[in-house]
Write a protein that binds this ligand. Structure first.
Ligand code: ZN
Length: 130
Protein backbone atom coordinates (compact mmCIF):
# COMPACT_ATOMS: atom_id res chain seq x y z
CA UNK A 1 0.00 0.00 0.00
CA UNK A 2 2.57 2.55 1.05
CA UNK A 3 0.17 5.36 1.90
CA UNK A 4 0.31 7.16 5.18
CA UNK A 5 -1.84 5.56 7.81
CA UNK A 6 -4.31 7.94 9.37
CA UNK A 7 -3.52 8.48 13.02
CA UNK A 8 -5.97 6.46 15.06
CA UNK A 9 -8.05 8.13 17.79
CA UNK A 10 -6.16 5.95 20.22
CA UNK A 11 -2.79 7.30 19.10
CA UNK A 12 -4.18 10.84 19.17
CA UNK A 13 -5.32 10.35 22.76
CA UNK A 14 -1.93 9.02 23.80
CA UNK A 15 -0.15 11.80 21.97
CA UNK A 16 -2.34 14.43 23.60
CA UNK A 17 -1.89 12.90 27.04
CA UNK A 18 1.87 12.97 26.64
CA UNK A 19 1.83 16.60 25.50
CA UNK A 20 -0.48 17.74 28.29
CA UNK A 21 1.52 16.12 31.06
CA UNK A 22 4.82 17.36 29.62
CA UNK A 23 3.38 20.89 29.50
CA UNK A 24 2.51 20.66 33.19
CA UNK A 25 5.95 19.30 34.03
CA UNK A 26 7.56 22.17 32.15
CA UNK A 27 5.34 24.64 33.93
CA UNK A 28 6.76 23.31 37.19
CA UNK A 29 10.28 23.23 35.73
CA UNK A 30 10.67 19.52 36.34
CA UNK A 31 10.84 18.36 32.71
CA UNK A 32 14.31 16.90 33.04
CA UNK A 33 15.41 13.96 30.91
CA UNK A 34 14.70 11.33 33.54
CA UNK A 35 11.30 12.86 34.23
CA UNK A 36 10.41 12.86 30.54
CA UNK A 37 11.26 9.16 30.49
CA UNK A 38 8.70 8.61 33.26
CA UNK A 39 6.08 10.10 30.96
CA UNK A 40 7.20 7.86 28.09
CA UNK A 41 7.03 4.83 30.34
CA UNK A 42 3.51 5.68 31.44
CA UNK A 43 2.39 6.24 27.84
CA UNK A 44 3.72 2.80 26.89
CA UNK A 45 1.79 1.18 29.74
CA UNK A 46 -1.38 3.15 29.00
CA UNK A 47 -1.15 2.27 25.30
CA UNK A 48 -1.51 -1.35 26.31
CA UNK A 49 -4.37 -0.45 28.66
CA UNK A 50 -6.31 1.56 26.12
CA UNK A 51 -5.83 -1.08 23.44
CA UNK A 52 -7.71 -3.45 25.75
CA UNK A 53 -10.35 -0.84 26.46
CA UNK A 54 -10.65 1.73 23.64
CA UNK A 55 -13.59 3.46 25.37
CA UNK A 56 -11.06 4.63 27.93
CA UNK A 57 -9.18 6.80 25.43
CA UNK A 58 -10.58 9.99 26.96
CA UNK A 59 -9.27 8.93 30.36
CA UNK A 60 -5.67 8.52 29.32
CA UNK A 61 -4.51 12.08 30.08
CA UNK A 62 -5.71 11.86 33.68
CA UNK A 63 -4.15 8.44 34.09
CA UNK A 64 -0.78 9.45 32.68
CA UNK A 65 -0.80 12.50 34.96
CA UNK A 66 -1.40 10.25 37.96
CA UNK A 67 1.22 7.73 36.86
CA UNK A 68 3.82 10.48 36.57
CA UNK A 69 2.74 11.97 39.87
CA UNK A 70 3.22 8.59 41.59
CA UNK A 71 6.57 7.99 39.93
CA UNK A 72 7.79 11.47 40.86
CA UNK A 73 6.74 11.01 44.47
CA UNK A 74 9.18 8.12 44.78
CA UNK A 75 12.06 9.82 43.01
CA UNK A 76 11.69 13.58 43.34
CA UNK A 77 8.93 14.35 45.79
CA UNK A 78 5.45 15.78 45.59
CA UNK A 79 4.30 17.15 42.27
CA UNK A 80 2.63 19.41 41.38
CA UNK A 81 2.75 21.51 44.52
CA UNK A 82 -0.43 23.42 45.25
CA UNK A 83 -0.11 27.03 44.05
CA UNK A 84 -3.36 28.09 45.70
CA UNK A 85 -2.75 27.64 49.41
CA UNK A 86 -0.25 30.16 50.69
CA UNK A 87 -0.09 28.75 54.19
CA UNK A 88 0.25 25.37 55.84
CA UNK A 89 2.29 22.39 54.73
CA UNK A 90 3.13 22.19 51.04
CA UNK A 91 0.89 19.63 49.43
CA UNK A 92 0.38 18.18 46.00
CA UNK A 93 -2.63 18.65 43.78
CA UNK A 94 -4.79 15.67 42.89
CA UNK A 95 -6.20 14.66 39.52
CA UNK A 96 -9.99 14.66 39.38
CA UNK A 97 -11.69 12.64 38.13
CA UNK A 98 -9.22 9.82 38.76
CA UNK A 99 -10.81 7.84 35.94
CA UNK A 100 -12.77 10.07 33.60
CA UNK A 101 -12.59 12.58 30.78
CA UNK A 102 -11.54 16.22 31.09
CA UNK A 103 -9.14 15.76 34.03
CA UNK A 104 -8.27 18.69 36.28
CA UNK A 105 -5.74 19.38 38.99
CA UNK A 106 -7.58 20.09 42.22
CA UNK A 107 -6.48 21.10 45.69
CA UNK A 108 -8.36 18.80 48.02
CA UNK A 109 -7.45 20.95 51.04
CA UNK A 110 -9.03 24.11 49.66
CA UNK A 111 -11.53 22.17 47.58
CA UNK A 112 -10.80 24.14 44.42
CA UNK A 113 -10.14 23.25 40.81
CA UNK A 114 -6.75 24.74 40.02
CA UNK A 115 -6.32 24.01 36.30
CA UNK A 116 -7.06 21.51 33.59
CA UNK A 117 -4.35 18.90 33.12
CA UNK A 118 -2.07 20.55 30.55
CA UNK A 119 -2.87 24.09 31.74
CA UNK A 120 -1.01 24.15 35.01
CA UNK A 121 1.29 26.83 33.64
CA UNK A 122 -1.62 29.26 33.51
CA UNK A 123 -2.32 28.66 37.19
CA UNK A 124 1.26 29.07 38.38
CA UNK A 125 2.65 31.16 35.53
CA UNK A 126 2.38 34.51 37.28
CA UNK A 127 4.34 33.45 40.33
CA UNK A 128 7.69 32.53 38.85
CA UNK A 129 7.88 34.91 35.90
CA UNK A 130 9.71 38.17 36.33
ZN1 ZN B 1 -3.87 23.64 48.31
Amino acid sequence: MGGMDPISPLEQALHAARALVLADLMAGRVAEADVVSLVEQSVVERRWWVEQWPEGAAYVAGLVAQDVQDALLERHGRWPLCPVCGTGDPHALDVQPELGPDPHWVCSEAGVKVAAVGSLGEAIGGAGAS
